[in-house]
Design a protein around this ligand. Structure first.
Ligand SMILES: Nc1ncnc2c1ncn2[C@@H]1O[C@H](COP(=O)(O)OP(=O)(O)OP(=O)(O)O)[C@@H](O)[C@H]1O
Ligand SMILES: [Mg+2]
Length: 216
């Protein structure tokens, strides 16, 4: 479960997320919608415990922002697949190596991870591009590479930050369907987007954010 209780966070340079209350149950699929600059990425960063609230609490599974020790944060993140808005693919590693990275971190041996990586690359439609470096992939392909990297560790939660931003409408729709498939297998999905036309027809809960405040 993801639970924000009266959580607030202010950047020194001005913007604040204020008094956020939100509960996402295990297995839910929830969209976070709001205009650019409204605080979507900041909210996902709070859940990823990349930043901690100034007041209030963020709870993710058994972890709580007011008691988690710094050294436990990597453990929390093992259960979360994060798809960042700005990719964060390693520039000097090819697609295969980037997708395999989370398995390296968990301690898989090279021989154990091969099939899994190939399968995941196929799932996101990038078969044949295994040897491409990130700058040899299109923006949309990089976005799908991030999805594969997020999915490969079989996370409990997927946090997807505008994962369709660089995709054409058909590919964007396919990506949402892929997230729905993962969700149907039990993974909680929380996806930020400002593409209302893409998400309104999907029949999932929609949470709206404006100027750092949730609208109910
Ligand atoms: N590190 C930072 N320091 C200061 N202000 C920041 C920082 N990061 C973001 N902001 C500000 O916080 C506000 C919310 O940013 P955020 O990235 O959460 O918006 P967003 O809803 O994800 O927008 P977009 O749809 O464009 O991705 C913006 O006004 C931004 O300028
Ligand atoms: Mg953002």
């Amino acid at each position: 479960m993801i639970k924000l209780e009266n959580a607030s966070y202010s950047f020194k340079k001005g913007f604040s997320l204020s008094n956020i209350d939100l509960t996402i149950d295990d297995g839910e699929f929830v969209f976070l919608i709001g205009p650019t600059g409204s605080g979507k990425t900041t909210m996902l960063r709070l859940i990823y415990m990349n930043i901690l609230p100034d007041s209030g609490v963020v709870r993710v599974g058994k972890y709580s922002s007011n008691s988690i020790k710094k050294r436990k944060i990597p453990q929390l993140r093992r259960s979360i697949g994060m798809i960042s808005q700005d990719y964060h693919l390693l520039a000097d590693r090819n697609l295969f190596e980037n997708v395999a990275l989370p398995l390296h971190v968990i301690g898989y041996s090279k021989s154990d991870m091969g099939d899994l990586v190939i399968e995941m690359i196929e799932e996101v439609g990038l078969t044949g591009k295994e040897n491409h470096l990130p700058d040899e992939l299109s923006g949309g392909e990089q976005q799908r590479a991030c999805l594969a990297r997020a999915l490969i560790k079989d996370p409990d939660i997927i946090l997807a930050d505008e994962p369709t931003g660089n995709l054409d409408p058909v590919t964007a729709f396919d990506l949402v369907k892929l997230l729905e498939k993962v969700n149907a297998e039990g993974t909680t999905v929380f996806m930020a987007s400002h593409n209302y036309s893409l998400i309104k027809s999907r029949n999932h809960r929609i949470v709206e954010i404006h100027g750092g405040k949730l609208r109910s």
